[in-house]
Design a binder for this molecule. Sequence first.
Ligand code: VGL
Ligand code: ZN
Length: 182
Amino acid sequence: MKDSALLVVDMLYDFIDGSLACQQAPEAVAATVDYIGRHKGPILWIQDHHPANHSSFAEFGGPWPPHCVQGTHGADIHEALQPFVNEDLCFFKGEDPATEQYSGFEGKNAAGQSLAEVLELLEIERVLVCGIATEFCVRNTAEDLMKAGFKVSVLKDCLAYVDAEGHKKALEEMASEGIRLI
Ligand code: VGL
Ligand code: ZN
């Protein structure tokens, strides 16, 4: 059987203990480290990576405090996960100041390859998605992967969220769309 890929979404300091700290984030990081110990296939990473003048920031009319600004600590992957990071498998999103980009699907790595392109090169059929935030990046990424024809599972113990109700609703809706919750 082909390997499944693990896709870790936005486990970045600003979403864990920084300006946009999400509920359950430290627990989700610990559960992800634990899961990686049992995971066989490749591990890919999505990173929110904004310029300092991004339109999603409140001072520019958006809904969020400044977060994950390029070159800052808040944009870094949590240190507990660093031993498993391969730079070629890191995909950046949110780099265009004018565009909100919750989905990591069109994220690009340093070589300019897209997530979908690399998943295809790796001959991945199923993508296991975990990360932050359930309602935004996790959900949009999982749905785009489904639409592109990948099988998708979400690791429900490895998620953090902005709002508990929103998290619950997002899980229900993903399940109804055929995304497997494991
Ligand atoms: C996200 C809020 C702001 C996410 C990104 O990726 O879930 N949420 N920017
Ligand atoms: Zn963002």
